[in-house]
Design a protein around this ligand. Structure first.
Ligand code: GLN
Length: 389
């Protein structure tokens, strides 16, 4: 007898929606707008990085790498972390290569979080953290980063911690608001993590995209934190290869052992030839990194100037490649979706509605996020369109 499926799906999928960021990319394509919604470069990756991948495939590096990452890439990551931040990391026990920082975050939560454990997240936040928590069973507790400079109230942070707190997520430099956490802020977070025996999960994917006088300080370098910090980063943003899906986790063995088990059964491993190319990219000289930051600082100016001239209010980001712009002087008060729609249809520039980075009711309703991870030509064209708005 034929019988139709009951169409039951897991309830955990009902508490989050599709990615708003990718939805905006789709809408941007439908309307032929310039896509300043999704943060990925529309310009080529560096030639030496691309050539290294071609060479690796031709050299027959095409089968599974070791599940936690090829030896060469893990060694390159450990050496880089030592060179830049003075951290001694064992590539054999404390580095795990994942399919992007996205998998790194998911594997970390699945490995460390029990159903009902609390994770503190600063708001505005990167949209993935909500579905990650839905899938790991975590309950999120939010602490607001207050505009315009996105600082937080130390008392509000302290009040968010409790014996139920298992972890706090710190994303620095921050997507979407461009904040770079200061040493004082990190020290306060560190003190609370130690007092409440919580883990710090840091998303440092934009570590090399940093401007002006700001300095990226990894949480793992704060005294007392190396053994309770899971550092997540990757190659996507630094080497303009977001489609390669190369992320990594650096954490003490007691944390890495559990994360590696989850990672193994989630994905087996990241693409082997791209890991080889990633190792070669990281092994290159360190001149690359300030050039990358300088390139993005210039791109930030191309976009920020016309936004301010058009009447948006925006804080200059200290890092990452996004601008949060307040459009309340341009009408559409309190309706970020309507304003984003207006920008796409009438200006031909696609942003992300601000509310997708908040859960507090009404928060983000006068904001849109725009990325400047695009070619100078794309950004100049967007600047002209914004000026005509
Ligand atoms: N990290 C990028 C962004 O914030 C891409 C995110 C995504 O594809 N959902 O735009």
């Amino acid at each position: 007898m034929l019988s139709a499926p009951s169409r039951r799906v897991a309830s955990r999928t009902s508490v989050f929606t599709e990615s708003v960021i990718r939805e905006m990319t789709r809408l941007s394509q439908v309307h032929g707008a310039l896509n300043l919604a999704q943060g990925f470069p529309d310009f080529p990756a560096p030639d030496f990085v691309k050539q290294a991948a071609v060479d690796a495939i031709n050299a027959d590096i095409n089968q599974y790498a070791i599940t936690w990452g090829s030896e060469r890439l893990r060694r390159a990551i450990a050496a880089k972390v030592q060179r830049f931040y003075g951290l001694d990391v064992d590539p054999d026990r404390e580095v795990t290569v994942t399919c992007g920082a996205t998998e790194a975050m998911m594997a970390t939560q699945l490995a460390l979080i029990e159903e009902g454990d609390e994770i503190i997240v600063f708001e505005p936040f990167y949209e993935n953290y909500v579905p990650d928590a839905a899938m790991s069973g975590a309950k999120l507790v939010f602490v607001t980063l207050e505009a315009p400079d996105f600082t937080f109230d130390p008392d509000a942070l302290r009040a968010a911690f409790s014996p139920r707190t298992r972890a706090i997520i710190v994303n620095t430099p921050n997507n979407p608001c461009g904040k770079v956490f200061t040493r004082d802020e990190l020290e306060l977070i560190a003190e609370l993590c130690q007092e409440f025996d919580a883990i710090c999960i840091t998303d440092e994917i934009y570590e090399h995209i940093i401007f002006g006088g700001a300095r990226h300080i990894p949480m793992a370098t704060i005294p007392g934190m190396a053994d309770r910090t899971v550092t997540i980063s990757g190659l996507s943003k630094t080497f303009s290869v977001t489609g390669w899906r190369l992320g990594y986790v650096v954490a003490a063995p007691w944390l890495s052992d559990a994360i590696r088990k989850v990672h193994d059964f989630l994905t087996v491993g990241a693409p082997a030839p791209l890991q080889e190319a990633g190792a070669i990219a990281i092994e290159q000289g360190d001149d690359y990194y300030p050039e990358l930051a300088g390139m993005y600082e210039h791109k930030c100016d191309i976009l920020l100037t016309p936004l301010l001239e058009a009447g948006f209010k925006a804080h200059r980001p200290e890092g990452a490649y996004y601008i949060m712009a307040d459009f309340s002087a341009l009408g559409f008060h309190g309706d970020d979706s309507a304003f984003a729609d207006h920008m796409i249809r009438n200006a031909g520039v696609a942003p992300v509605p601000g509310s997708s980075f908040f859960v507090s009711p009404g928060a983000g309703a006068n904001l849109v996020r725009l990325t400047f991870s695009k070619s100078d030509e794309t950004l100049t064209a967007a600047a002209e369109r914004i000026a005509r708005m």
